[in-house]
Design a protein around this ligand. Structure first.
Ligand code: GLA
Length: 379
């Protein structure tokens, strides 16, 4: 695109990806999650271009770009553009101060890997435009409008975890977030002598967005059945194991399994938060294995590659726990590994994975970092 030839940014924003320690698919069921931002991120460089409504957006990572007029925003056939367009649309509903801008996006955060590159893209853009045009949006506004953009323009009926983690995280802390009230506690964490090692299966979750919405609908089916006897129930968050068992015979087997997983997963999040507060990493590891088992058997959002890696880690006493993280169907497996064994573990897992699937995995250490932030500002 022409504008990049003489591009001098006025504003640079870091927008991080996230890991979720535990609590998968609980967010849109109004339960608990335990995520935090990591140092892998999308970097946004912005400049006002003195036009009323011409916006040029260029992705350096993929060497593609597009131009949009703020007066004529509609969904695109090109998937990644919808993350941008959705955010511009949502900002337009909240403010009339937005004007033309140029933006260059660069990233070391792999897409489709369960690390929430979607939320990083949405929130980084919203955060940057808020600074650039003094839109006076709060962080909470940025989180919520980004989530809405994903619902309406991208079409994934996601919960709030990813956007919340990307914007609100603090370095060296995880967030215990209640997705009903959005009340949240920052829990300081120091995993020493363990490290969080991510093994990216390199299997992209193409199915994820359609299957994701199916899972959400199945949970809603379960809630609707139980609500007939318990009218005060509004989400799986309000449903106890006893209520679920009472209604088992009225539900399809899959609906029962989905609900069963969510009820247990919420309990695991609270238990994991306690384990983190007391540095009980053995307990945390056990909870991760239990969570993966549920993701795989009951919620059915795992895949053979993730299952293989989780099983592989079980043979290594230096790995305390492992589970697939994010929306599912591939992406990254999160492992808690003793620092002395990281090198061996990564080498043996990579080897076994290559032999089994004829595909390389990509390992990296997750470093817990801050939420979205201004890196530099020249105005
Ligand atoms: C995706 C969604 C989140 C959450 C996770 C699963 O990342 O964007 O809202 O539901 O999947 O926990």
């Amino acid at each position: 695109m022409k504008f990049i030839e003489n591009f001098v940014p006025e504003l640079v924003i870091d927008s991080p990806g996230r890991i979720n320690i535990i609590g998968e698919h609980t967010d849109y069921n109004m339960g608990y999650v335990l995520p935090t931002a990591i140092s892998k991120k999308i970097v946004f460089k912005f400049c006002r271009n003195n036009s009323q409504d011409t916006c040029n957006v260029y992705s350096k990572t993929y060497d593609v770009g597009f131009t949009v007029n703020l007066a004529w925003i509609s969904r695109s056939k090109t998937e990644w553009e919808n993350y941008i367009l959705g955010v511009l649309h949502e900002i337009g509903k909240r403010s009339d101060k937005l004007q033309g801008f140029d933006c260059v996006i660069d990233s070391n955060l792999p897409g489709g890997s369960g690390l929430s590159s979607s939320a990083a893209l949405e929130c980084g853009l919203a955060f940057g435009l808020n600074e650039l045009f003094s839109l006076e949006l709060s962080k909470r506004d940025i989180v919520e409008l980004s989530q809405t953009a994903e619902h309406t323009y991208v079409g994934t009926q996601c919960g709030i975890m990813d956007q919340f983690a990307s914007v609100m995280s603090k370095k060296d802390h995880v967030i215990l977030l209640d997705c009903t009230s959005l009340e949240h506690n920052y829990i300081p964490v120091d995993f020493n002598p363990y490290k969080i090692i991510m093994l990216n299966t390199n299997v992209s979750h193409n199915l994820a967005s359609s299957e994701y919405n199916v899972r959400k609908a199945e949970c809603a089916d379960g809630v609707a059945i139980i609500k007939k006897s318990y009218p005060k129930v509004n989400s799986l968050r309000d449903i106890t194991r006893k209520m679920l068992e009472e209604h088992k015979s009225k539900m399809a087997g899959k609906v029962y399994d989905r609900c069963s997983f969510i009820i247990d997963e919420n309990k695991r999040v609270i238990a994991a938060a306690e384990a983190l507060k007391t540095n009980d990493f053995d307990k945390l590891g056990t909870l991760l294995y239990m969570a993966h088992d549920g993701l795989s058997r009951l919620y059915e959002v795992s895949c053979v590659e993730s299952d293989f890696l989780v099983d592989f880690s079980k043979n290594n006493p230096n790995v305390l726990g492992a589970r697939q993280t994010g929306g599912g169907f591939g992406g990254c497996v999160l492992n808690i590994v003793h620092e002395s064994a990281v090198e061996d573990f990564v080498a043996s897992a990579s080897d076994a994975y290559l032999k089994k699937f004829n595909r390389s995995l990509i390992p990296f250490e997750a470093i817990i970092g801050p939420g979205t932030k201004v890196v530099s500002q020249a105005f």
